[in-house]
Ligand binder design. Structure first.
Ligand SMILES: [Zn+2]
Length: 677
C-alpha cells in the first residue's frame, strides 16, 4: 500500500501533493492498472446475465483510483514538471494505452455491453443512463467491435497506415518549415520591423555563424514580418515560402499523403457503416451530420461575404492611398491591416494594464460568479499545493453547502507548459447514493508581479482568465451521476460554450465597473477605452470570418466526400472548395491542403467548423443574458440547470434548446461582429 493506492486521507479528500514522491507514481500506476483489470474480469466472469448495473455501471466505475492518480500525475506533468516526471510519463503512457486497448478489444466484455444495448428500449433507463449506455457501446463499435475477423484486420491495417501517413505528413511539414532560411544583410531592407524582431533575427543569424539578419517560417519570425515589414519583396518571399510548404513536387511533398489519408479515412468510415468520414466523426458532435455543418457554413458565408468584400475594398483603397499600391496581393494584407488598425484605434496594452491588477480581476470574476450562480469563494490553506504560487479555494453556495475545491495557478515557471487551461483532479459523480464534489483547477501564464509592481494583466490575459474560469464553472457546477459524463465531458463542438460565453462579461460596462479599477488611483476604467476595446475586437471581422469559413469548407470537402478515389489533383480540388471564399488573386505556387496540419495531422478532421460553431453558441447565449440583463438570475439559473450542471448527459442541442427556448441562431454572432445591424 502506498500513499497513492489507498484512499487519500486529506481535507476534502484532496490530492496529497506534499506526501507524494515522484518514485511513488509508476509502481502505483502499475498496481492500479492490475486492480482495474481485476474489476474488468469481475464483470466479464459474472455468471449473472448482463444488466445495465452489473455491466455498464460496473464498467463506468472501474479503475476510479487509477483515474484519480493519473489525473494528478498528468496535471503535474503539464503544470510543474521536471525530467523525472517526464521520464515517468514516457514509461507509464504505453502501459495506459495498452490497458485502454485491452478493454476496447475485449470481446467478452463487448458481448455483455452489446446484449444490454440491444434491449435498451425495454430497460426503463433515464436519459443519463441511456447516454452512458450509448457512449459505452460506441466506444467499442466505433473501433470495429462489430466487424468480422477479416474486416477487423482490414481496419487495423487502415489504422496503422493512417498513423504512418499522418506522421509522415507532419514530418514533411516540419522539415519544410525548418529548411527555409532567408538572410538579409542590408539593414535598410528591415524597414518597419519592431526592434525586438530585428534583434531576434540578428541573434538567430549569429547562432548559425551568418552575417546579418536571419528570418524563418517559425511564427515568432514569420508573423512580425507579415505584420510590420514595409519591405514588400521580403513579405512576398516569406508568404510564398509559407504558402508552398510540402507542395513543390520534391521528397517533402504532401500531395500523395493528403490523397491517401482522405481515401483511407473514407474506407474506414465505409467499413464501419458510415457514408463518409465526416458522417463518422459528426455522429459524436452537436452538429450530428455533414449537412448541418455545410448549411451552417453556407449561412455564415452569405452574411459574412458582403462585409468581407467591403473591408477588402477599403483595405485596397487604403494601400493605394498610402503607397500608391495597385496590385494588392495576399502578402500585403497583414501589413496594411495593421497600419489601418493603428490609424483607427491607437490602442495599446500599456494604457489598459493599470486597470487590470490580477487580484482585482480575480475578485471580479468571483463577484460575477456570485451574482450569477450564488457561488462563494473562500481562500483556504488546509489543502496541499504542488507549488507555493498555487491558490486554493473552498467554493460554497449561499446556503453554505460545499460545491467544489478550486485551484488557481497563475504565473509562468520553468516546469509549466505554455498557454492557459482548465483541468480537474477529481470529477463530480454520485456512487452508492453518496455524492462526490469536483476538484477543479485553472493554470495560466500571466505577467508576474515585480518588487515594485503588482501583476498587471493585458486585456488578452483578462479574457483568458474569464475563459478558463468559464470552463472551471462547467466542472464545478456539475450535477450528474456518472463521472465520464460530468462537467466538461461533452461533445467537442459544445465544450467552448461555457468558456467563451463568460468572456463576454469583460466587454460590459456593468461588469467592468466591478473590478477594472486603476491599481494606484482606484479610478474605474474610462468608458471610451472600453468602447475602443470593443470596436478593435471586431476589426476586419468580415475577412476573418470568411477565412475561417474557407478552412471549414475545405475540411468538409475532403472529409464529406463519398468518392475520394475520384480526386486526382490536390490543387484543383482545393481551388474548387475555395471558389466562393477567395478575395485575393490566385497564387499558383500555393497550396493549403498540403500544410493543413489541423485536419491531416491533428484531430480536427471534420471539426474545423467548431471554432465558428462555438462562437455562434456563445454569442446567441449571451444575447439572451443581454435581453434580460447581464446579471439576470433567471437566465443564469436556466444556464446552470440546463447546461453547466448537465455535462454530457444528453445531446447538447437538447440541453441548449431547454436553456434558450430555441436552437442557436447565427444572427447574434453576426451582430456582435458588426456584420449585420
Ligand atoms: Zn477553451
Amino acid at each position: 500500500m502506498s500513499i497513492l493506492t489507498s484512499p487519500f486521507n486529506t481535507p476534502y479528500n484532496s490530492a496529497p501533493f506534499n506526501s507524494i514522491k515522484n518514485e511513488d507514481y509508476k509502481p502505483a500506476i502499475i498496481t492500479l492498472i492490475e486492480e482495474a483489470r481485476k474489476e474488468i474480469s469481475a464483470i466479464t466472469s459474472n455468471p449473472d446475465a448482463p444488466t445495465f448495473e452489473n455491466t455498464i455501471e460496473a464498467l463506468e466505475f472501474s479503475g476510479q483510483q487509477l483515474d484519480r492518480v493519473t489525473s494528478v500525475f498528468f496535471n503535474l506533468n503539464s503544470a510543474e514538471t521536471n525530467e523525472d516526471i517526464q521520464k515517468i510519463a514516457q514509461e507509464v503512457s504505453p502501459l495506459l494505452t495498452e490497458f485502454g486497448n485491452d478493454i476496447t478489444l475485449n470481446e467478452t466484455l463487448f458481448k455483455r455491453v452489446k446484449s444490454v444495448y440491444d434491449v435498451k428500449e425495454s430497460l426503463g433507463l433515464n436519459t443519463e443512463q441511456t447516454t452512458l449506455l450509448d457512449k459505452k457501446y460506441k466506444g467499442f463499435s466505433r473501433n470495429g467491435a462489430n466487424l468480422n475477423e477479416t474486416d477487423k484486420s482490414k481496419l487495423r491495417e487502415i489504422d496503422k497506415e493512417l498513423a504512418t501517413l499522418k506522421l509522415k505528413f507532419g514530418e514533411n511539414l516540419l522539415a519544410e518549415t525548418n529548411k527555409f532560411q532567408h538572410i538579409i544583410t542590408n539593414e535598410a531592407e528591415l524597414n518597419g520591423l519592431p526592434e525586438g524582431t530585428k534583434e531576434a533575427a540578428k541573434q538567430l543569424a549569429e547562432s548559425k555563424n551568418l552575417e546579418g539578419w536571419l528570418f524563418t517560417l517559425d511564427y515568432p519570425s514569420y508573423i512580425p514580418v507579415m505584420t510590420y515589414s514595409a519591405n514588400r519583396e521580403l513579405r512576398k518571399t516569406m508568404s510564398l515560402a509559407a504558402g508552398s510548404k510540402s507542395f513543390k513536387g520534391d521528397n517533402l511533398d504532401n500531395q500523395e499523403n493528403v490523397l491517401k489519408i482522405a481515401n483511407l479515412r473514407q474506407q474506414r468510415a465505409n467499413l464501419l457503416g458510415y457514408n463518409t468520414h465526416a458522417n463518422f466523426v459528426l455522429e459524436e458532435r452537436m452538429a450530428k451530420n455533414p449537412e448541418t455543418v455545410k448549411t451552417f457554413l453556407k449561412e455564415l458565408l452569405d452574411k459574412a461575404k458582403p462585409a468581407a468584400i467591403k473591408e477588402f475594398e477599403e483595405l485596397k483603397a487604403f494601400a493605394k492611398d498610402l503607397d500608391d499600391l495597385d496590385d494588392f496581393q495576399k502578402w500585403d494584407s497583414g501589413y496594411y491591416s495593421e497600419k489601418l488598425k493603428q490609424k483607427l484605434f491607437s490602442l495599446d496594452d500599456e494604457k489598459l494594464k493599470p486597470y487590470f491588477k490580477l487580484e482585482n480581476v480575480i475578485d471580479g470574476v468571483f463577484t460575477i460568479a456570485n451574482k450569477l450562480f450564488n457561488l462563494e469563494f473562500n481562500e483556504i490553506d488546509v489543502v496541499d499545493k504542488y507549488h507555493e504560487d498555487v491558490l486554493t479555494y473552498e467554493v460554497t453556495n449561499t446556503k453554505g453547502e460545499f460545491i467544489a475545491l478550486f485551484y488557481a495557478d497563475f504565473f509562468p515557471r520553468a516546469g509549466k507548459r505554455n498557454g492557459a487551461w482548465m483541468t480537474s483532479y477529481k470529477p463530480q459523480f454520485v456512487k452508492d447514493n453518496e455524492e462526490e464534489r469536483p476538484h477543479v483547477s485553472i493554470v495560466c501564464n500571466f505577467t508576474k508581479p515585480t518588487k515594485t509592481k503588482p501583476s498587471l494583466l493585458t486585456f488578452n490575459e483578462v479574457t483568458t482568465l474569464f475563459h478558463e474560469f468559464g470552463h472551471a464553472l462547467h466542472g464545478m457546477l456539475a450535477e450528474t451521476t456518472y463521472p465520464s459524463l460530468s462537467g466538461t465531458s461533452v461533445f467537442w463542438d459544445f465544450v467552448e460554450l461555457p468558456s467563451q460565453v463568460l468572456e463576454n462579461w469583460c466587454f460590459e460596462k456593468e461588469a467592468l465597473e466591478l473590478f477594472a479599477k486603476h491599481y494606484e488611483t482606484g479610478e474605474t476604467i474610462p468608458m471610451e477605452l472600453v468602447q475602443k476595446i470593443k470596436e478593435s475586437a471586431t476589426f476586419h471581422e468580415g475577412m476573418q470570418t470568411l477565412r475561417q469559413i474557407s478552412f471549414g469548407l475545405l475540411d468538409m470537402s475532403w472529409h464529406g466526400s463519398d468518392n475520394t478515389v475520384s480526386i486526382k489533383n490536390v490543387k484543383d480540388f482545393e481551388s474548387k472548395a475555395f471558389a466562393n471564399t477567395n478575395l485575393y488573386p490566385e497564387v499558383k505556387e500555393n497550396c493549403m491542403s498540403t500544410a493543413f496540419s489541423h485536419i491531416f495531422q491533428g484531430g480536427y478532421s471534420s471539426g474545423y467548423y467548431s471554432y465558428k460553431w462555438a462562437e455562434v453558441l456563445d454569442a446567441d447565449a449571451f444575447e439572451y443574458f443581454k435581453e434580460e440583463g447581464i446579471f439576470s438570475k433567471d437566465v443564469a439559473t436556466k444556464f446552470k440547470d440546463n447546461v453547466l450542471s448537465q455535462g454530457g448527459t444528453e445531446n447538447p442541442m437538447a440541453l441548449y434548446k431547454r436553456f434558450r427556448g430555441q436552437e442557436p441562431k447565427p444572427e447574434a454572432l453576426l451582430r456582435r461582429a458588426g456584420l449585420i445591424k
